[in-house]
Design a binder for this molecule. Sequence first.
Ligand SMILES: [Zn+2]
Length: 75
Amino acid sequence: MADNRVVQGRMVTPESLAEIIEGESVMDAEAIEDADRDCPDCGGDVIKVGYMPSVTEFVTGFKCQDCDWAETDRE
Ligand SMILES: [Zn+2]
């Protein structure tokens, strides 16, 4: 896949990025995209990935490429 990205010096796939954000394995993940926002902690570039932590849930996760900051669109 061509949409692998470097996060904190490490190459990630959509699935592995989703797992970093979620903290556990996910069922499926879409392509990684640029989020049009800067990290609130370090000002670095933020990327986003849509993923399914379970069959009934779809979450968009955000992750800074330079530090540990991450969040999801969960309420
Ligand atoms: Zn950051």
